[in-house]
Design a protein around this ligand. Structure first.
Ligand code: CMC
Length: 434
């Protein structure tokens, strides 16, 4: 391979044939080799299972420097956003590219409020689910069903339709999620209240009942808002790539977000917050940590420390730093002095950060490590943890979907493969098969 600042030239040692490929430079971060013409010019595909070295699109939304532990949304650092902003502001930022001014903020919040109710008919879907259904299954099904309700906003070529679908999704997802929780408890659904903020309203719809007034604790609604901000977007992760791939065929945005929810559910992705809490509960006491760490390091045991490691971060996940602090704030506010799970988490983190296995492999706590403890303290059952992730990530998914549709270079996503199966062989009639 030979290289200039803007090209790489590859030589096929077998045929001696050369191909020169452009190198594209982003605003920050590693440059990429543009291989779009590689197959046409050489007959080779690239091979990258898990996409560890593949950039799938151009994007201006989110930047991650995994070595330095940096996460920026539209250029703003995640810790500054979590400290100084609100979730609706971050939604506006991701969708529109800039932080809203006072009027834009008011208008946007009012739009989200006006779209927060769901069609009354949609409530009937819930009774089709078993009461013990996992709320992620319910969320996925009901969100997918939205496409049957909003025919007036699914022309993906119309910018107004794209925007109104985006607003509908961001506004309705907390209502749908809270209803999934209410359904599992047998309590009546709570209609959204437009006098509350996004996070307050979600807590009200989840924990309020029609029997008595519900007072939202400001520290808890602030924590909820922060948790939403920390999960809002994260570049081309599995669920976002799923949304983009589903959307690349021209599928409607509601169906694409349902696909994203399905992808998020897995324990290697958004399902990790639920898995972390289960793991901490299983560990049960600080004295068992050495045994757990030993298992996590054992090549013959497929147990992993949940909430540790990340495909991109090879440093402390900046979201985990904020989450850790929020965890202490929430437990303090709730007067929880002795939370054995927090003691186990802190000890586990300490040991793992010093253990050569974790140090060498650069396995640091990720966003999911502390979030479960906070959510449990706030009263959410573990099965709702990934649902909350999905509520927050909806804005990231829909902003990425919109960016993709508006990208003139957009094509249907269609990876190729390295075929290792049978080569062509004659059909064997049934009577002759052994
Ligand atoms: N515990 C023990 N060993 C680990 C862990 C872990 N949590 N994570 C990675 N490793 C080891 C792994 O065994 C491998 O070792 P070796 O090189 O000897 O084979 C090495 O570290 C690299 O792991 P990998 O699986 O090749 O890395 P990946 O980038 O494919 O996986 C990951 C990233 C997040 C799926 C993985 O670290 C993991 O399974 N973590 C636990 C689940 C988790 O917390 N997921 C939430 C991710 S953050 C939220 C989100 O974005 O959804």
């Amino acid at each position: 391979m030979t290289q200039t600042a803007d090209t790489v030239t590859l030589t096929d040692n077998r045929t001696g044939k050369q191909v020169t490929l452009p190198v594209l430079h982003g605003a920050i971060g590693p440059s990429v080799i543009d291989i779009r013409k590689l197959y046409a010019e050489t007959g080779y595909f690239t091979y990258d299972p898990g996409f560890t070295s593949t950039g799938s699109c151009e994007s201006s939304l989110t930047y991650i420097d995994g070595d330095e532990g940096v996460l920026l949304h539209r250029g703003y650092a995640i810790d500054e956003l979590a400290e100084n902003s609100t979730f609706p502001e971050v939604c506006y930022l991701l969708l529109n590219g800039h932080l809203p001014n006072v009027k834009e903020k008011e208008d946007f919040e009012s739009i989200l409020r006006r779209h927060s109710m769901v069609h009354e008919q949609l409530t009937r879907f819930y009774s089709g689910f078993r009461r013990d259904a996992h709320p992620m299954a319910v969320l996925c099904g009901v969100t997918g069903a939205l496409s049957a309700f909003y025919h007036d906003s699914i022309d993906i070529d119309d910018p107004y339709h794209r925007m109104i679908s985006s607003h509908r999704l961001i506004a309705k997802i907390p209502t749908i999620a809270a209803m999934a929780y209410k359904y599992s408890t047998g309590q009546p659904f709570m209609y959204p209240r437009n006098d509350l903020s996004y996070a307050e309203n979600f807590l009200y719809m989840t924990f309020g009942t029609p029997c008595e007034p519900f007072k939202v604790n400001p520290i808890l609604s602030k924590a909820m808002d922060k948790i939403f901000i920390l999960h809002a977007d994260h570049e081309q992760n599995a669920s976002t790539s799923t949304v983009r791939l589903a959307g690349s065929s021209g599928a409607n945005p509601f169906a694409c977000i349902a696909a994203g929810i399905a992808s998020l559910w897995g324990p290697a992705h958004g399902g990790a917050n639920e898995a972390v809490l289960k793991m901490l509960e299983e560990i049960g006491s600080v004295s068992r940590i050495p045994e757990i760490v030993r298992r996590a390091k054992d090549k013959n045991d497929n147990f992993r420390l949940m909430g540790f490691g990340h495909r991109v971060y090879k440093n402390y996940d900046p979201r985990a730093q904020v989450m850790r602090q929020t965890c202490h704030e929430v437990l303090g506010e709730l007067g929880i002095k002795n939370e054995p799970l927090l003691d186990i988490a802190m000890e586990l983190e300490k040991i793992a950060l010093e253990d050569p296995y974790f140090v060498e492999k650069k396995l640091y706590p990720n966003v999911d490590f502390y979030s479960g403890i906070i959510l449990k303290a706030m009263g959410f059952p573990t099965s709702m943890f990934t649902v909350l992730f999905a509520v927050a990530r909806t804005v990231g998914w829909i902003s990425q979907w919109k960016e993709m549709i508006e990208d003139p270079q957009q094509k249907i996503g269609r990876p190729r493969q390295l075929y290792q199966g049978q080569t062509k062989r004659p059909f064997i009639p049934l009577a002759q098969r052994g």
